[in-house]
Ligand binder design. Structure first.
Ligand SMILES: [Fe+2]
Length: 171
């Protein structure tokens, strides 16, 4: 009698065990399917899967500013967006140029160390966000923007290693 009950329990455990394994393997299959769908969607959207590799190199998302505004360091100048205004076009849009690095100190653009994004705000509303691939391309942007006196333009940029810096100007 006791032996029969023991065999019943073992049989039940075996059924539970095999169900768990098939349940786990079905989760694994779902994950694989999802990864495949994500890859297909990325490819359809023109996104390169190697962006994942690039994204792993972005290791600092802290925000920084000049520790001493009267005496910024070379590193602070190198990471801060420099915003300048140019001429107006025939429809009244003003040329806005943004480069990363002030006073002629230009940030590096290598595979390992680069400006990975620039975001631009007009009166605290984001009007642009651009991500840069690593290597070769330098953090720089040109826009024609409709501006009024008193408007504020702010640029925020990220260095993959040294973090996020911002600056702004009033028109
Ligand atoms: Fe940097």
């Amino acid at each position: 009698m006791k032996r029969r009950e023991a065999f019943k329990k073992l049989g039940l455990l075996a059924i539970i065990g095999s169900s768990s394994i098939s349940l786990l393997s079905s989760f694994k299959n779902t994950d694989t399917a999802n990864t495949s769908i994500t890859k297909d969607l990325s490819a359809a959207a023109g996104l390169d899967p190697s962006m994942e590799k690039r994204n792993k190199l972005i290791v600092n998302r802290n925000h920084y500013s000049f520790a001493d505004p009267d005496n910024p360091t070379k590193s602070e100048l190198k990471h801060t967006p420099d915003i300048s205004l140019g001429k107006k076009d025939s429809q009244g849009h003003t040329l806005v140029q943004i480069t990363i690095g002030m006073q002629g100190i230009i940030h590096p653009s290598t595979k390992e160390h680069w400006i990975d994004f620039i975001s631009v705000y007009l009166n605290d509303e984001q009007i642009s966000f651009t991500e840069y691939r690593n290597g070769g391309i330098r953090g720089f942007q040109d826009f024609y923007v409709k501006l009024n006196k008193g408007d504020k333009i702010k640029a925020v940029s990220g260095c993959n290693i040294h973090g996020i810096y911002s600056s702004s100007i009033l028109v």
